[in-house]
Ligand binder design. Structure first.
Ligand code: PGA
Length: 223
């Protein structure tokens, strides 16, 4: 199966940066899923990109000021949503129970879900991953992507060794055998080869996704 590359642009780029990005990456536009700020989604879609959202709400419509629903983004042509990113958990106090509701609503509306999980301190992953995965996927039977994103690796320049990564992937597979597992956390053009093991179904990339030349080099290794 071909690996997927998910680019999490987070809250970056102004309007002109975004237009330049769309132009620079047009040859590669089918090789990755881009998750821009919601305001830029229509521009990426109109230019033929595969698009995901960074977060989604758990109702289809109603009086929820500032929120965006799965139904709305699906009707635009968005295919994926990230759920439970560690920045959402940390900055917005998102709970596993809320993430579970978001995932169920997204799946009901036909979005593919990328659930992010990860432990704070290196080596101490079992209990936290078990809680995050079992609670977020309570009552969910459809297969989804699980992005293993250790918090100690995100934005830090550190990545797990091949052995550490394989151990965690095997553990996640025990918990959810049908899931496809992505890796995220400081993936860049220098370390992509070392985390690109066959058991990983793809990558979730933050900082490095802001540089189109970095993304192209990462794609060259993974594709
Ligand atoms: P990073 O971010 O690649 O900058 O570590 C990954 C993420 O937050 O999804």
């Amino acid at each position: 199966m071909e690996k997927i590359i998910v680019l999490n642009l987070k809250m970056n780029m102004d309007y002109n940066d975004m237009l330049k990005y769309i132009e620079d990456m047009k040859v590669y536009k089918k090789d990755f899923i881009v998750c821009p700020s919601n305001i830029y989604i229509p521009y990426f879609l109109e230019n033929g990109y595969e698009v995901g959202v960074q977060n989604i709400f758990y109702h289809d419509s109603g009086s929820y000021t500032g929120e965006v629903s799965s139904r709305q983004v699906k009707s635009l042509g968005v295919k994926y949503t990230i759920a439970g990113h560690s920045e959402r958990r940390r900055c917005f106090q998102e709970t596993d129970e809320q993430i579970n509701r978001k995932i169920k609503c997204a799946l009901k509306n036909g979005l593919e879900v990328i659930l992010c999980v990860g432990e704070k301190a290196r080596g101490d992953y079992k209990e936290i991953l078990k809680k995050q995965i079992l609670e977020a996927l309570d009552g969910v039977s459809k297969p989804i992507y699980i992005a293993y994103e250790p918090i100690w690796a995100i934005g830090s320049g550190n990545t797990p060794t091949k052995e550490e990564l394989l151990e965690v992937i095997n553990y996640i597979k025990e918990l959810k055998p049908s899931s496809k597992i992505l890796y995220g956390g400081s993936v860049n053009k220098e370390n992509i080869s070392s985390v690109n093991i066959k058991e990983v179904s793809g990558f979730l990339i933050g900082n490095a996704s802001l540089s189109t030349s970095h993304v192209k080099q990462i794609l060259d290794v993974v594709r």
